[in-house]
Design a binder for this molecule. Structure first.
Ligand SMILES: Nc1ncnc2c1ncn2[C@@H]1O[C@H](COP(=O)(O)OP(=O)(O)O)[C@@H](O)[C@H]1O
Ligand SMILES: [Mg+2]
Length: 391
């Protein structure tokens, strides 16, 4: 573990070399570097070859995806003409609106009729938007898993690019963690761990032998929640086919989100499944701390959550400095330590030292089992560790 903490994170410097997309949204930090193309892979000796994000052509992707094709007019009508008050969220790709479709035929229906869906509309011109739109169809059109959001259909008409998903009534994890307001009750420790496990299972499925997909944009705004708070990954715009076993892709066009991307990917463009594991570590840290990965409103020296939290995470007595104060009394010291330790392992600077997502899932399952056992231990109150006073 020592090795994990002995390196310095240098993400910020590398990111500044990149060109930022500027969006008026919570996802304003998606970035892409200026130079080169997002293709190529290398083996450990560093040779690289050009490969596309996926080997399938646009025609093949659209034909094979088992999705409904909508006209622009249908989706306009089903969202009340993309009315601002039906916006569910915004991201780097565009706005997401509430719409309605017929439950059986999935044909677009009048607002208020049938079932609710989420309609994402691309609002940025150019090739990058189209590529992201196609990547979502490529992956979500083929992959089905309880921890991935379901894509229902798409629209491709003139310049219009839209995607239609199942509606996730509890919104994004980001909103629950960071948006203070009456609509969002404080998320309990147990619920947070449930969401972490669901999201980890989604990533583990993507990395699995049959799928071998790198997600590349793992963050709390891309974790959506159904009515029972089951976590589902959405937003596959940056996903790409994984490299062969001992290799990494090399991207000269580094893409992802500021604060979440793995440092080696930022500085060298080397991408493999362990880059997603690093991002998982950042998200786990956000989940237990209730603090954003990057927040310029925090005091100097605390802007980067990872940098700030690292010294506390491995220290039993100081771990409480990191854990969300809103969770006071809900967790045991043992659980807090295990969760923090898992985050530390995922955040190792050396990618090979990070656990794989199957190991992360196992660790979180064990936490969950302990949680249930503790809650069912009738008559015995769990031993709570009093939170030490802060100076
Ligand atoms: N299926 C959905 N159900 C409910 N809200 C959604 C859904 N899809 C997206 N959203 C909301 O819209 C936001 C942006 O969606 P996302 O797919 O991440 O777009 P982008 O590709 O632009 O980042 C999410 O963080 C969430 O708040
Ligand atoms: Mg997103």
């Amino acid at each position: 573990m020592g090795i994990c903490l002995s390196y310095q994170i240098k993400t910020n410097t590398e990111i500044h070399a990149g060109m930022f997309f500027n969006h008026n949204s919570s996802e304003s930090s998606k970035y892409v570097s200026k130079d080169g193309s997002d293709t190529g892979y290398s083996n450990s000796k560093g040779s690289s070859t050009s490969v596309p994000t996926t080997s399938r052509s646009e025609g093949e992707i659209l034909q094979s995806a088992n999705l409904k094709s909508f006209t622009y007019n249908e989706l306009r009508n089903s969202t009340r003409n993309f009315r601002p008050d039906s916006v569910l969220g915004e991201g780097g790709f565009g706005s997401v609106y509430k719409g309605w479709v017929d439950e059986h035929s999935l044909a677009a229906s009048k607002p208020g009729m049938g079932i609710v869906v989420a309609v994402k509309r691309l609002n940025q011109d150019g090739l990058q938007g189209h590529k992201e739109w196609l990547a979502e169809i490529n992956y979500l059109g083929q992959l089905r898993h309880p921890n991935l959001v379901k894509l229902i259909g798409y629209c491709l008409e003139d310049d219009h690019r839209l995607l239609v998903y199942e509606f996730m009534p509890k919104g994004s994890m980001e909103n629950h963690l960071f948006r203070r307001g009456s609509r969002f009750e404080t998320f309990s420790w147990g619920l947070r761990m449930k969401v972490a496990l669901g999201a980890a299972r989604g990533l583990a499925f993507l990395h699995g032998a049959e799928t071998k997909v790198i997600y590349r944009d793992f963050k709390t705004s891309n974790i959506l929640l159904d009515s029972k708070f089951n976590a589902k990954l959405s937003d596959f715009g940056l996903a790409r086919d994984g490299p062969d076993d001992d290799k990494s892709h090399v991207s000269t066009r580094v893409m992802g989100t500021y604060g979440y991307a793995a440092p080696e990917y930022m500085s060298t463009g080397h991408l493999n499944a362990k880059s997603d594991v690093y991002s998982f570590g950042v998200v786990l840290l956000e989940i237990i701390s209730g603090k954003k990965a990057i927040d310029k409103n925090r005091p100097t020296g605390e802007h980067s959550l990872v940098e700030w939290a690292k010294p506390y995470l491995t220290n039993k007595r100081r771990i409480f400095r990191v854990i969300d104060t809103r969770l006071e009394g809900q967790y045991s010291l043992d659980h807090a330590q295990r969760a923090a330790n898992l985050a530390v392992q995922c955040l190792c600077m050396e990618p090979r030292t990070r656990p794989n997502m199957d190991e992360v899932v196992t660790a979180l399952e064990q936490l969950q089992v302990k949680e249930i056992a503790r809650d069912h231990h009738k008559g015995v109150q769990p031993k709570r560790h009093p939170r030490p006073r802060m100076q």
